[in-house]
Ligand binder design. Structure first.
Ligand code: NIG
Ligand code: ZN
Length: 386
């Protein structure tokens, strides 16, 4: 069955044309057939279809592609957030609190919590989300998290190397061996990606050499690579991600000029995924997204929704922060949250509204996409059901 979506005041195609590549078109329409975009053009020349949706002059964008989220967890760390707002520094230690609560939780509880978080995201315009494990850290608990994640998304990431769990603190090498051996074997069948928290500034996370072991083992098991890098200070994460051909290196809060050069050099493969909700929730410095874009780095914006460093699932919030604090124009921020996220997942069927792409759409209660940052905090975006 075909559906004509018409009377779109502004259609944001993210097709690479126009300011920031946003490809905004006035008075457009599109046709959806079998879940794909079958036609795009001026509303006045739209073909007939089996059904019609009148958008009444509002704005339609690609659904947001949230390429970094940790959604399988139990427990609450709001007091940790409050302590940080009072000056406490984040070092990854709180992850252990979520690990303990998640191990305790039953499958039904975790499944329901995951579904609620996904519904919250969809209600704010997100139509694709990557989901990581990382709060289990035993073979059975990591396998369970990935199995649950695979029930709701194709973008599933094995993050057994989130931190060294408390019970193995005195045997880091043993934990890396587990992550790259038995745990990987149990988890790889459920996952598309492997990720590692490469952070020498955290006593809980992994060094550059440990991270390399994790990534190389994941790649040998057929997984694509992602890296948490350069979050808490300067470090090897970005260089490692570029060297190994990771799809994405995420955070990039502290970058040297050599890191930026490396990201420019690997922009065809590796996207720098910026997570401004984390800078907001940890009182960290803002990455200079403007400088990265001007240098030729491939950038994306994602929520990093997680119980520790950013318990916000809102891509509009991320867009507003990137505009207000990181130097992106409103158009560039929308592109980074859609087509940029798709690039970070090595996908070209999402994040854009062009013939052949998936019909994953967001509707704005607004005449144009500038309102996403102009009306920060107002719930104007939602996924459009076609
Ligand atoms: N930095 C590592 N992992 C998460 C935080 C996890 C947590 O604190 O629970 C992040 O992306 O910021
Ligand atoms: Zn993360």
């Amino acid at each position: 069955m075909s559906t004509l979506v018409t009377n779109i005041g502004e259609l944001v195609t993210c097709d690479g044309t126009g300011e920031g590549g946003v490809g905004a078109r006035a008075d457009h329409a599109l046709v959806v057939d079998a879940g794909r975009i079958a036609w795009v053009g001026p509303a006045s020349s739209a073909p007939a279809a089996d059904a019609v949706i009148d958008i009444e002059g509002r704005c339609v964008t690609p659904g947001f592609v949230d390429s970094h989220a940790h959604l399988v967890f139990a427990g609450d760390r709001s007091t940790e957030f409050a302590a940080r707002m009072a000056g406490q520094v984040y070092d990854g230690g709180g992850i252990g609190v979520s690990v303990a609560a998640t191990r305790e939780a039953g499958d039904d509880h975790l499944r329901a919590a995951l579904a609620a978080r996904l519904a919250e995201m969809r209600a704010q315009g997100t139509t694709t989300v990557e989901v990581k494990s990382g709060y289990g850290l035993t073979v059975a608990d990591e396998e369970r998290a990935l199995r649950l994640a695979a029930e709701v998304t194709d973008e599933v990431t094995y993050l057994g190397a989130h931190v060294v769990p408390a019970e193995m603190r005195d045997d880091r090498a043993g934990y890396v061996e587990l992550v790259t051996g038995e745990m990987l074997a149990a988890c790889a069948p459920h996952a598309r990606w492997v990720d590692v928290f490469c952070e020498p500034h955290s006593p809980h996370a992994f060094t550059g050499e440990e991270s390399r072991e994790v990534l190389e083992a994941g790649r040998a098991a057929g997984l694509g690579l992602r890296v948490h890098g350069n979050q808490l200070g300067h470090g090897p994460g970005v260089q490692l991600a570029c060297e190994l051909g990771a799809a994405s290196v995420d955070h990039c809060t502290y970058l040297s000029s050599a890191d930026v050069d490396a990201l420019v050099g690997c922009a065809g493969t590796t996207t720098a995924t910026l997570l401004p909700g984390v800078e907001f929730s940890t009182r960290s410095p803002w990455p200079d997204a403007r400088a990265l874009l001007d240098a030729g780095v491939s950038i994306a914006l994602a929520s990093d929704c997680n119980p520790g460093t950013c318990y916000s699932s809102s891509m509009p919030f991320v867009i507003a922060l990137a505009v207000r604090e990181m130097g992106l124009t409103p158009s560039e921020a929308v592109v980074a949250a859609t087509r940029g996220g798709a690039r970070a997942l090595h996908r070209d069927d999402i994040g854009r509204i062009e013939v052949g792409a998936r019909a994953d759409l967001a509707l704005l209660e607004a005449p144009n996409h500038l309102h996403l940052s102009y009306r920060a905090g107002v719930p104007i975006a939602r996924a459009l059901e076609v």
